[in-house]
Design a protein around this ligand. Sequence first.
Ligand code: F6P
Length: 490
Amino acid sequence: MNLVVVSNRVARGTAHEPMTGGLAAALLPVVEKSGAIWVGSSGRVRDGAQKEPFAEIEALGAGALAMLDLPSAHYGGYYEGFANSALWPALHSRSDLICATEEDYRSYREVNSFMARALLRFVKPDTAFWIQDYHFLALGAELRHLGVTRPIGFFLHTPWPTRAIMGGVSHHRELIEAMLAYDLIGFQTQDDRENFLDYLASDLGLEIKNSVVTSRYGKSHIKVFPIGIDPRKFAEQSARAASHPDVSRLRRSLNGEKLAIGVDRLDYSKGLVNRIKAFDRMWTMQPALARTVSLLQIATPSRGAIEAYGNLQSELAKLVSDVNGRHGEVDWTPIRYLNKGYSQTVLAGLYRTAQVGVVTPLHDGMNLVAKEYVAAQNPADPGVLVLSKFAGAANELDTALLVNPHDIDGMARTIATAVTMPLHERRMRWEAMMAKLRASTIQQWFADFVDALQETAQETRSERDPAEPLIDEPLAVRSLRSAGSGVQYH
Ligand code: F6P
């Protein structure tokens, strides 16, 4: 099979370069090995009459990486607009932050349509497409509209919310109907899958039998594929990273004091404000823990052009400064707060140095930092993971100390418990988590999805009529096209 993987962000980096997107970093090693073609945004935009849509095509392991300049007239409306100011807040159950215009939706559809046209060059008799994430909910429908009958799968890396929340996104019905052009739709957890099925049944009146829904596109299989990591590779990386200058400098600076670590994109879904407040409460409720444990919080700036992200950055900077001002001393800083990205190699070493990992999102599809923290531990003296029960990872890592990220006092108490946990309990919890990580790796995730896509597509292919366009072109897109949007399609 000639697999084409599509995501907004792609990774070309190595383990030594800073990486921001969780998805891109997670996919890199498996896509590289698979021989697939990975298509995504180059991060640059172009206007007007581009003849050749791909900015760059380069070798990636046994396959290739194809990076596309997206249309400048629509990039902002697509990325900062509809994808990250309507879909992202909704998918993370933050209806209050949904804020996107009709123009943003049009741009979102335009970019999905642009990507579909660009992908046509990869359609061969044995091609299968695997589309990643919420940036491309309608890409399968656009491909079908162009007559593509090859298998198309979709995996969502974020949570899927309740139907009431999804109902707050403009054009939700049109988008979710468009998703049914996918032969296989994968979610991170059973809850996400159930929320999606509930929407299909209640809002679209569709019948679901044995995880299969039939729409005008044919059959779509709706399944759960929790994404994993490569725990062996991460363990090796973390042991090796001990001698990395950043890691040894951190260790020396601790003077025997314990360290808790948090590593997140600077995003409101990550629960950073509540986490900092929990540390504040812990040092207030248990003053003996001041100078005993400090926090290293890496918060990599993200989506800075969106107001909610700018506001969060200011709020956090002020909060950290208040907490440090209150609990700090001339020779002790309670929170080291860093707004930059680190390579996976350095992160692996930092995780191993920390006795506590704090991963406390308000909502998260999976959260691979939680898994990486566990895999990076020294088996003889492992640290403790404090994990939000609202991260997808909590389903598997159920021997972590699970917390409610809205309960600040509860989190403060749990972090204190983690700091003082005896070795035998730490080992017992860690071993149980490692067994889960080994049983559900990123390689397994990739293979399971591709196998399922092949199986489901065999079933549905014969039922599809390639001659007939399966979707009406969205009106908004049609009018833009006839008005001449300044973007040429190839
Ligand atoms: O599904 C979440 C995701 O797509 C992950 O790749 C990553 O956590 C984040 O969103 C990346 O966001 P961005 O590409 O906007 O930096």
